[in-house]
Ligand binder design. Structure first.
Ligand SMILES: Nc1ncnc2c1ncn2[C@@H]1O[C@H](COP(=O)(O)OP(=O)(O)O)[C@@H](O)[C@H]1O
Ligand SMILES: [Mg+2]
Length: 505
């Protein structure tokens, strides 16, 4: 058997490892922009091949695939999905675990995702407005935000998935600060318009959403279009530094387990989240007429207003979250892929262990604010010593020229440990940190708190506050209800208004 993989980060290293462990003993082939030494070693050890090439150019991927003639292809990142890599491969008769362009829209366009959710009346929605320009966004907010209270407390986002940057959450309830905050919004709208310039593939540029709070988590699923099978929940930690301080990053580490449900969430919340992700898959298939096969995920928040709520959708595994779910997967990933491609995926095909997994990323100093500083440092790791401690190193944002490995400006490696509980897994990872070094003396940093008792207690506290409120709402029939007030009009219902607006538009 031959398998071709696409993408070059820590997530892809974890996928390649899992594929290589299969009973089918596949030869592993891979294409990515840079050379991930972990993926490269797996290709060599299985007598496959790694090549460098653009993963967002469907022609390039197809060209290599035609040479390799794999049994199937496995796409890691989202951009190849958005660029139609799965579509191009299928046209050539090569099956693909990867969302086709039409269904990957649930991730690519945060605006389309929300419209879909409202149109199909799927639980866990947020009030939203979309804009095509900064000017349009600003004038609308200026007109309504003194009166419609939900518009005073908002998240401003790029309307497209665009490298995980640019979301700003703004509370504007203190009247004496209003003008300052309006100015800030206006500047951020301008910035968003500029940021979205390179993306001609979406019409909406800016998304304004009601601001919510609560613990966040990701629920990944395998799907063949008919069945949507949930994986264990994972929580990523976005902030650069301990106790959620510092700039948001692509993710400094993640936790999962023990078992399917995170310690601060409930079995019911897992089930409700899974229902939401299933409904999203069915809705996008219904809207596009295209089958969804591959991976889908809900990046969720447990909110006081809706309970499990969608923040955004993924058309692939998260990174570093992929290391958690791959670390817990007991079934043969190749069997799962074949079942997906056959349209015969069943719950029973997919088994996970009951362990806990902690993943921590190591970044050269400079990331995320000054990436140039984090670039071009030679890096070495004692992978054997890490293994001896009971953990595993995954190469991420690095490149290898055959002689040495250098950092590329983002999270360079991710270390994962599987244990019976999260604090133990966290301690194992901590014991490995010193085995990774930049040999030019530049410093690296990581978050020591991920998976510790203290951080889990903090999440628990937040979850309990959100839960007690949303359960109360459930009991008195106000879950998901919002009211607002307009001078001269009186009480208004923003939910009904948004539904009407979407139906008429
Ligand atoms: N409506 C919202 N209310 C409050 N916080 C939000 C909201 N939307 C996003 N966020 C916060 O911003 C982060 C990034 O938003 P997200 O839509 O996931 O964009 P991306 O991951 O592409 O940057 C989320 O993980 C969450 O912490
Ligand atoms: Mg996100």
């Amino acid at each position: 058997m031959k398998i071709l993989g696409v993408g070059g980060g820590g997530r892809e290293h974890a996928i390649a490892e899992k594929l290589c462990m299969s009973e089918y003993s596949p030869k592993i082939y891979w294409i990515s922009e840079y050379t991930n030494p972990g993926v490269n070693a797996i290709c060599r050890s299985t007598k496959g091949e790694h090549i460098r090439g653009s993963t967002i150019d469907p022609e390039k991927v197809v060209e290599f695939a035609k040479k390799v003639k794999p049994d199937f292809t496995f796409v890691g990142p989202e951009e190849p999905n958005f660029h139609g890599v799965a579509d191009a491969l299928e046209k050539e008769g090569i099956q693909c675990i990867g969302a086709k362009k039409a269904v990957a829209v649930i991730e690519m366009s945060k605006a389309e995702m929300r419209r879909l959710q409202w149109k199909y009346d799927i639980k866990g929605k947020l009030l939203f407005k979309t804009f095509r320009s900064s000017e349009e966004a600003y004038s609308t907010l200026d007109k309504y935000s003194k009166t419609l209270t939900w518009l005073q407390n908002v998240a401003l986002k790029p309307a497209r998935q665009a490298g995980g940057k640019g979301v700003k959450v703004i509370e504007d309830r203190q009247i004496y600060l209003h003008d300052e905050k309006q100015k800030f919004k206006s500047r951020h709208f301008d910035w968003l318009e500029g940021y979205m310039k390179p993306y001609a593939d979406v019409e909406d540029k800016i998304l304004v959403e009601e601001n919510v709070w609560g613990p966040e988590y990701t629920l990944h699923c395998f799907t063949d279009g008919k069945n949507v099978v949930g994986m264990p929940m994972v929580q990523d930690n976005k902030n650069a530094h301990e106790f959620d301080i510092g700039t948001e990053t692509g993710g400094m580490g993640s936790i999962s387990g023990p078992g399917n449900v995170l310690p601060f969430l409930t079995e019911d919340e897992y089930k409700e989240s899974l229902e939401i992700v299933k409904s999203m898959v069915m809705a996008i298939q219904d809207m596009t007429g295209e089958t969804y096969h591959g991976i889908v995920a809900g990046q969720m928040m447990l909110t006081e207003i809706e309970g499990p709520t969608v923040i955004e959708m993924y058309s692939r595994l998260g990174d570093p979250e992929a290391l958690n779910v791959m670390g817990m997967l007991e079934s043969d990933l190749v069997d799962i892929a074949l079942a997906i491609l056959d349209g015969k995926l069943k719950n029973s095909d997919v088994k996970f262990n009951n362990k806990a997994v902690v993943v921590k990323a190591l970044s050269p100093k400079g990331y995320p604010d000054y990436r140039e500083l984090a670039k071009n440092h030679p890096i070495e790791a004692d992978e054997k010593a890490i293994q001896k401690k009971g953990a595993k190193l995954y190469w991420a944002s690095v490149d290898n020229d055959g002689k040495k490995t250098i950092t590329m400006g983002s999270r360079a490696v991710e270390i994962a440990a599987v244990a019976d509980d999260l604090p133990t897994a966290s301690r194992i990872v901590e014991s490995c940190i010193d085995y990774v070094k930049l040999t030019d003396g530049w410093q690296m940093y990581h978050r020591s708190d991920i998976g510790t008792k203290e951080l889990i207690a903090k999440r628990q506290d937040l979850a309990e506050r959100a839960r007690s409120l949303y359960l109360q709402r459930k009991q008195n029939g106000t879950l998901g209800k919002r009211t607002d007030w307009l001078p001269g009009v009186g009480r208004v219902d923003p939910v009904q208004n948004l539904k009407k607006e979407l139906l008429s538009g």
